[in-house]
Design a binder for this molecule. Sequence first.
Ligand code: C5P
Length: 242
Amino acid sequence: MAHLTGPQVTPIVALDVPDRAGAQALVSRLGDSCDFYKVGLELFSAEGPAIVGWLRAQGKRVFVDLKLHDIPTTVRGAARSVARHGAALLTVHASGGQAMVAAAVEGAAEGAPDGGCSILGVTILTSLDAAGVSSAWGRGAVDVQAEVVRLAGLVAAGQGAGIVCSGHEAAAVRAAYGRALGLLIPGIRLPGGEAHDQRRVMSPQAAAEAGARWLILGRAVTGAADPAQAMAAVHAALASVA
Ligand code: C5P
């Protein structure tokens, strides 16, 4: 299991853009203020793994957020391929089960023998509330926080490096797993910023205090009039916690 130590929190900017031109524009505007980017389904589907190679050539680290969910053999092969392209982080759905998470970890290690590609498990999508989980999974009343902790257990058992969860579930996961799982927290907003369509948001400082290892910065940075200045505010907030 990957044990993460120290108070260091790494901000990652989400390249939620349709194509390479949009990614290049954002990376150029952010310059040295950001060295870690997330490539999600939209950009990866448009540009393929070449976008990962381009970011690596710019000296950036890359989180490939594909949220894989398939039989273990297939996920293992996909993780191997993504790791070969130089991704530092890759997501799979924790609900794929312990064996699937373990297969992803093995595939990533085959693709990046230096251990450079870590697997994170997505617990419960933040777009689902208790009624949504209950309906999707055919269950009665669901306690979302308890489900997140249960799914985190599958990720830990499969030797994943961490999980994706909302800042509001971070303390419960920390209490159950300590630092054995790194927490990647989306839904980050700068004080005074708009929440947009996110219901449960948190400041960088609060997320760091809740135990985040990585923060996903979306519109709080990419939608700012001056993204580099917004990123500087994120770094300042994180420095105040360290
Ligand atoms: O901060 P903002 O709301 O713009 O963030 C949107 C980004 O956060 C998207 O890239 C989305 O995929 C990501 N996200 C995530 N995990 C979640 C929810 C959103 O990585 N559970």
